[in-house]
Design a binder for this molecule. Structure first.
Ligand code: ADP
Length: 232
């Protein structure tokens, strides 16, 4: 079974804009997939369907065998527990330390304090921020803040890590460092990665599967390592 499956998915917003048109997409467990396309092509909409921020107008969206298009609002928290989400802006709590920002994501689960501590430190270590555990967000660089948000996203060991333009605010060198962090999560933990980006350089360097969206449709789905910039 596919971990993620979109079947004949359409998304039309109330203002009449059709953001996705007959999208079919399968993603298996452990894959690393870039979703690329020009601004306004529908990348964010596709990503938002996966974590049920939006519902499709038509079609089915399966995540771990559950059709999340049909999921009632009261059940969305169950889906979100299976996912980690990373955004362009880091959404950290400014008055909490790195440790507290990451641990906070676990506190809803009613785990024992010691278990929270262990999982939190493991996630912080995975993103290479062990020596910043007690720092506050405003004491960190942009790249370090993004690492914290990644640690927070993986602390509960999600099946899928969804990234929406995670390097959008970062310079090229820092962006590559962040990509290495995300790649290591894919390789070390087996987490499936779905990343929307319009950063061609990154996509070319990483040599992963690339799904190209144009005007709300999948224009190309290129297997690992075969993608070269063709003018997006
Ligand atoms: P991308 O992430 O590739 O920039 P989006 O998925 O954000 O593309 O947008 C696809 C299209 O849908 C665009 O035309 C955009 O203006 C439109 N759109 C996105 N979100 C909304 C919304 N909440 N309401 C109306 N139109 C939207």
């Amino acid at each position: 079974m596919q971990l993620i499956e979109l079947k004949n998915v359409y998304k039309r917003y109330p203002n009449g804009v059709t953001a996705l048109c007959d999208v079919n997409l399968n993603i298996s467990k452990g894959e690393f997939v870039f979703v690329i396309g020009a601004s306004g092509s529908g990348k964010s909409t596709l990503i938002k369907l996966l974590y049920r921020q939006e519902r499709p107008t038509k079609g089915e969206v399966y995540v771990g065998g559950v059709n999340v298009a049909k999921l009632r609002n009261g059940k969305v928290y169950k889906l979100r527990r299976k996912l980690g989400i990373v955004f362009q802006d880091y959404k950290l709590l400014p008055k909490k330390t790195v440790f507290e920002n990451v641990a906070f994501a676990l506190e809803v689960y009613g785990l024992k304090k010691e278990e929270i501590r262990k999982k939190t430190l493991k996630a912080i270590e995975q993103v290479g921020l062990k020596d910043k555990t007690r720092s506050y967000p405003d004491e960190l660089s942009g790249g370090e803040q993004q690492r914290v948000s990644i640690a927070r996203a993986i602390v509960n060991n999600p099946k899928v890590l969804i990234c929406d333009e995670p390097t959008g605010n970062l310079d090229p060198k820092t962006s590559m460092e962040i990509m290495k962090v995300i790649e290591a999560i894919n390789e070390d933990l087996g987490t499936t990665i779905i990343m929307a980006t319009h950063d061609e350089k990154i996509v070319n360097k990483m040599k992963k599967r690339v799904v190209i969206i144009e005007n709300g449709m999948i224009a190309k789905d290129v297997m690992k390592g075969k993608y070269k910039n063709e003018g997006i």
